[in-house]
Design a protein around this ligand. Sequence first.
Ligand code: URA
Length: 417
Amino acid sequence: MKLPQTEISSIIEQYTNDNISEQEMTSWLKTVYKEGLTHEETDRVVKAMLDSGETFDFSHLGKFVADKHSTGGIGDKVSLVVGPLMAAAGLIIPMIAGRSLGHTGGTLDKLQSIPGYRDDLSMEEFQKTVETVGIVMSGQTKEVCPADQKMYDLRDRTGTVDSIPLICGSIMSKKIAEGIQGLVMDVKVGSGAFMKTVEEAAVLGSELKRIGKQFGVNVNIVHSDMNQPLGNEAGLWNEVVEALSCLLGEGPDDLKKVVLELGSRLLLQSGKVSFVEEAMEIQTQLISNGKAMEKLVEMVAAQGGDISVIENPENYPAPAFEAEVISNQDGFIDSMEMVGVGILVNRLTIRHANNKREIESTGGIRFLKKIGDDVRNGKPLAICFGSNEDEVFSTAEELKSLFNISEERIDPPPLFY
Ligand code: URA
């Protein structure tokens, strides 16, 4: 496709302002999805999406302004840990996050499981929270990145998510609008990621880096694995709880490692440290002295959330129903059908009724076994939970078929590529 800036700006602007129909926009998205865009055209999409709203400027704070973003995964609660950790280290983190997209989960949905938490801050509220707390996690609005707000939703409904130019437009317009200097991007690789191979992920990574350069943002790329869920929990509140345990220095090893790797990249970018070892030490200290957790509590309070459940997660309502996923053979977990797994997680956590999207906070899946683990006939592989009995039990039945079990043990995939 060879489209001039005016045409790209015009279609994005008209769709954002409700001047063209969903059908027209869908047909444009499908053409881009099928044919791709050149570098120049992708830059134009980023610019048009950025220009659809206002942008922030936090340079008056005199601190390094940065963010972390992921291309999407299952059980990926890294933002909930890295954000407060970096803010506790003195970086400014003005994070515009997203909801679930395709089969992947969304940071905003997880945060919304905290009673009262507001992810629809006005520009003024966003600005004030960043200035007073040093971190915010909110969504696109009518003022900031309205084009992404509408296009993200339409892409989700029209199967046009895993397109490199559309992913770049969506991510980079939000990130540039935040007024950041540095960005660490976790471009996930594997069956549960939008980019299934290292080669595809490398193309997306270098495109995000190239766009960052055009718009004055230093982008660092990490490729982490998405052939299985990150950590043990996938869902909403259960993911928040796992993130809280990571902020307390506990929690699963894979999650901790991804957090510390991404955090190190940001600390190096900021110039606060010169070596990875120093970055690791600072982060470990901020976790063990409670400062990272304090920052999360401060942010949740500033955004209207109930901090009592953050401080005492055991007081949160338990899911009404639980169903174990029972193995019907002996062997070892060989792989998981991750797109299917992600769809099941979203089925337990997101509802669409009467044109409204609602979250089911207590819905989710706990993975008791991961790739390489041994399993026994009659023993559980995972637990599904939520408020709808039929859905919880039917999901558990379906999930069983998404675990591939072999007779011989295979090594788990690497965490980083
Ligand atoms: N994250 C985003 O914000 N947008 C995408 O298109 C994919 C992941």
